[in-house]
Design a protein around this ligand. Sequence first.
Ligand SMILES: [Mg+2]
Length: 125
Amino acid sequence: MIKKDLVVLTVDDDIINLKLLKSMLLKNPNVKEVIEAKNGSDGVGVLKTRNDIDLILLDIIMPVMGGIEMLKIVRADENLRQLPILVLTTDETKKSEAFECGANGFLTKPIRNDELIKKIATVIV
Ligand SMILES: [Mg+2]
């Protein structure tokens, strides 16, 4: 990871996953803050109040608003079009749809710390 003071938005309906991601991310000295959202709607809400997000880690299957829908909303927003988004899911079949909707990368759960950091380095410069 090159950029310092990263602010990461994690969006997942599974609280355990959110906690796990947060602890993994905060082990990296370049990560300044991890913001948690429990579904796509919550995530979009965070993006309306914060303009300092550097990266989104996004689950696909969530109640209220799933990851694909959130991707579409973010990519339709002129100010957020370039924001790096990594999709994290157990469902490999969603991979092509996620990329079509503008995801920058894809990781299959369970997430391993070294894989996560490597993947983040491919989208954050
Ligand atoms: Mg989920």
